[in-house]
Design a protein around this ligand. Structure first.
Ligand code: ATP
Ligand code: MG
Length: 244
């Protein structure tokens, strides 16, 4: 069971849009995918038309007692299931902190054989939950808007991981890119040198991505032929190669 997290300290960079679309692409390619909404804002759960609450609460889930059958929902996308957003992340944080080195991977043990891939949609913060994420995933997928500030938060994340001796792979990729903008082009050109593990697919800024909120569905379900949907398909291909 592979695990990837859409992660960034910065908000509004396309974590949720990317988590939902990549999960749908992977499922379309035949992978059995579980998308876990770790953000109390519950945007992922909204996009996939699930109610945000977990029956029995997050405590049961973290203790491993809750039956996953009751909390995991099927979605309208074949092979794609959803673990909806739980309670406030503060609560999740406290529980994980109490349990010491608890890993999200351990929590998922009861369903380990049911999925090929787990994708985590993470809140934009550094917390106990983040440490649990870092120690569980195969890599962090970090969406970077091609601006100086967004790059800076990527560097801050790398420094944090280095300082704490956390060996977690960072796979940055560009989102919300506008190739007509000189600054975007310059930032993108320089990034590849500095971040050798950067994914080469660029997700363009496109209004169809914002339509996901109206359609409440991933791009491949309602706009598969658009440039943005094709970009997510290409990004998934690139990831699939790396995970092989
Ligand atoms: N490629 C894109 N083109 C145009 N709009 C986009 C694109 N990606 C995301 N957006 C829009 O940008 C906003 C933020 O995206 P999203 O919610 O995916 O970011 P996020 O990193 O998950 O934010 P948060 O940190 O709040 O969880 C949303 O309104 C979304 O529709
Ligand atoms: Mg989000």
């Amino acid at each position: 069971m592979r695990m990837l997290a859409l992660y960034s300290i910065k908000g509004g960079v396309g974590k949720t849009a990317s988590a939902v679309n990549l999960a749908a692409e992977a499922a379309g390619a035949g992978q059995r995918v579980l998308l876990w909404d770790l953000d109390p804002q519950a945007a992922t759960s909204f996009y996939l038309k699930a109610k945000p609450r977990i029956r029995g609460g997050v405590e049961k889930l973290v203790k491993g007692k809750s039956s996953f059958d009751k909390v995991i929902r099927a979605t309208d996308v074949d092979h794609l299931d959803l673990l909806p957003a739980a309670l406030a992340s503060r609560e999740m944080d406290q529980l994980l902190a109490k349990r010491g080195n608890s890993h999200l991977r351990k929590i998922l043990k009861p369903v380990r054989d049911d999925y090929d891939l787990v994708i985590l949609d993470c809140p934009p913060s550094l917390s106990h939950l983040s440490e649990s994420i870092f120690s569980s995933v195969d890599a962090l997928l970090v969406p970077v808007v091609p601006t100086v500030l967004s790059l800076r938060t990527l560097q801050q994340l790398q420094v944090f991981l280095d300082d704490h001796d956390i060996a977690c792979l960072l796979w940055p990729f560009i989102t919300l890119a506008d190739r007509r903008r000189v600054l975007h082009r310059e930032v993108m050109a320089n990034m590849h040198e500095q971040w050798p593990l950067m994914l080469s697919t660029v997700i363009p800024s496109a209004s169809v991505v914002e339509r996901m909120g109206l359609e409440r569905a991933p791009l491949p379900c309602f706009a598969p032929r658009t440039a943005a949907a094709r970009a997510y398909a290409a990004l998934w291909q690139e990831l699939a190669q790396r995970l092989r």
